[in-house]
Design a protein around this ligand. Structure first.
Ligand SMILES: O=C(O)CCC(=O)C(=O)O
Length: 293
């Protein structure tokens, strides 16, 4: 199939999502869903990511200190400035995948987060849950982590604590790197400090998967997760986390979320973040993606 044809960039799920996959996601808080994207999608997005890496966004973060090897690059709301990122979150099989896994009739898009670990990057992603970082409440919230390179355990595969989305606990957000400008915000969150990782992880079942291009990993925003650096010299680890909101998700006006960061807010069109507590987050900056508009 011609990689440039519209069929190669299909919006349709290439296969049915099984009841076992749905049960794994709901019970474990994370699951791998294999073979969801065509190689054409993966290749297109690999080029798109490289464009962003050579032209970093205004809210992007270099988590790797200058004197260190490698590069851990983070960026937010990339879809608002790049049509390929917009196409992936909206016009790929992923909105339908999110609807099926969350079991919701309607899905809107919260934001995308680019997380690239180039070969030889030592910086880990600290153990965290996503929800404390976000001005969102509800159960129908989900991330789809989409890698654009083969991922191996030693190239920065993300690891998830099985069932931690059901612990009934939310821990205070922590910054992914030094001097990122987020620390002062997170201090206002009011959530309890996370116990030491060794204590928290002791005896827990860890879910992790090596993936091939076209596979994605889904996780619930209460699930504890982390990743090591990319210890490989021969493998990049370019990944995009897409955050989807379902029927019961709504705006949470609590303080201390990443959306308080002025650089992040400046990415959004004027007036698109004027929600009241409990509002459904659907407008031009947080578009409905399922059913397709
Ligand atoms: O890509 C990583 O290393 C971490 C991913 C993550 O924290 C997320 O998708 O929420």
């Amino acid at each position: 199939m011609d990689a440039g044809s519209s069929a190669a960039y299909s919006r349709v799920l290439p296969r049915a999502i099984s009841t076992r996959e749905i049960a794994e996601y709901r019970e474990g808080g994370a699951a791998v869903i294999r073979g969801v994207l065509s190689l054409a999608w993966v290749e297109r997005m690999g080029h798109a990511v490289d464009r962003i890496l050579t032209n970093p966004g205004s809210a992007s973060i270099e988590y790797t200190p200058k004197q260190n090897k490698g590069r851990y690059y983070g960026d937010f709301f990339v879809w608002l400035r790049d049509p390929d990122f917009k196409a992936l979150m909206m016009d790929s099989p992923l909105p339908e995948l999110a609807a099926q896994l969350m079991g919701t009739s309607r899905v809107s898009f919260f934001y995308d987060q680019l997380l690239v670990k180039e070969p030889g990057t030592a910086e880990p992603t600290p153990l965290h849950q996503d929800l404390p970082y976000w001005p969102v409440k509800g159960e129908h919230v989900m991330s789809v982590w989409v890698p654009f390179d083969p991922v191996r355990f030693d190239s920065g595969a993300v690891q998830y604590v099985h069932g931690s989305h059901r612990w009934g606990k939310l821990y205070a957000p922590k910054t992914f790197g030094q001097n990122t400008g987020f620390g002062s915000m997170y201090a206002k969150s009011g959530f309890e400090e996370m116990p030491p990782e060794a204590t928290l992880l002791n005896g827990q079942r860890i879910l992790k998967w090596e993936t091939e291009p076209g596979d994605v990993i889904v996780h619930h925003p209460r699930t504890l997760h982390f990743s090591e650096g990319n210890a490989r010299n021969d493998l990049r680890r370019r990944a995009l986390a897409l955050r989807y909101l379902g029927d019961d998700a709504c705006f949470d006006a609590r303080p201390g979320t990443f959306m308080e960061n002025p650089k992040v807010r400046a990415l959004l069109p004027e007036g698109s973040f004027n929600f009241k507590d409990g509002d459904a987050m659907i407008n031009a900056a947080f578009p409905q993606v399922w059913p397709r508009p």
